[in-house]
Structures are given as C-alpha cells and as structure tokens.
Ligand binder design. Structure first.
Ligand code: DQA
Length: 145
C-alpha cells in the first residue's frame, strides 16, 4: 500500500508565497524529490494537495483502506481543525505531521496543533526536507512493523 502525502491549503502556492518563510521550491519540486527518494526506500507514494478541508478528510478516510501510512502538512487546518483530527484518529497506521517552517518561532496562533495529538512523529522547521525526513522515518518504521 502507498504512503499518502497530504498537503493542505495554500501549499499549491509553495515557492511563490512568502519564500522567506517557505523557500523557493514548489510543491511539484517537493513531489519530485519525494518520488525520487521513495523508490530506493521501497515506498509507493500517492501525493495530494487541496485547499478544502472536506477533501483532506475524504483522503484520510480513503487512507483507512488504501494507505500504509500518512504524511500530512495540514497548513492552517493544523491550528483549527478538530474534524481533521477526528479523521486521523480513525486511521490506524502511522501518521507523520510535517511543517516546513518552525511554527514555534512564529505567531502564537501557530503554536498549537490539533493534529499533533494524533501524529506519531512531528517534523517542524526543516524546510521542505521535512517531507524527506518523514519518508525516511516511515520506511524504517514500516519495515520494522
Ligand atoms: C505550515 C505552517 C502553518 O502554520 C501554515 O498555516 C501553513 C504552512 C508549514 O508548513 O510551515 O500553511 O503548515
């Protein structure tokens, strides 16, 4: 089963919006890097982005049957969405939460994450490399399972 890599709102603008915070790489660049890494790690990937909360929730539901693990950058839904937390609580595999920026160094409203209450690992502030760290972690974890 693939690892679902889920990206929330505004991440379609990655590389273009606030590059001093999020860098210059686009989400397509991130997907390419993830795919290049997944192959030697023996992971299959399904890569998604949506600006809509319900779409992210629907993908998490789909993951119950179709995914071995979830990597999720929920964007601002991190700080607002109990519904996304509930969906992730209904998923039984490993969940890794990724934030490109160090949310703890930023505004106070970014310091709390609903998703962290469910995530098995949280990677913040490593830039887009956080996605690679998440996949490397999951490859080892899934092999050990
Ligand atoms: C983010 C951090 C969130 O606070 C923000 O709303 C985002 C991106 C990150 O990857 O650093 O959209 O999840």
């Amino acid at each position: 089963k693939p690892v679902f890599v889920l990206n929330g709102p505004n991440l379609n603008l990655l590389g273009k919006r606030e590059p001093h915070i999020y860098g210059h790489e686009t989400l397509a660049d991130v997907e390419q890097t993830c795919r290049a890494l997944a192959a030697p790690l023996g992971l299959e990937l399904a890569f998604f982005q949506s600006n809509a909360e319900h779409q992210l929730i629907d993908w998490v539901h789909q993951a119950r049957d179709d995914a071995a693990a979830i990597v999720i950058n929920p964007g601002a839904f991190t700080h607002t969405s109990i519904a996304l937390l509930d969906a992730l609580n209904a998923f039984e595999g490993p969940v890794v939460e990724v934030h490109i920026s160090n949310v703890h160094k930023r505004e106070a409203f970014r310091h709390h994450s609903y998703v962290s209450g469910r995530a098995d690992a949280v990677i913040v502030g490593a830039g887009v490399q956080g996605y690679e760290l998440a996949l490397t972690h999951l490859a080892r974890k899934l092999k050990a399972a």
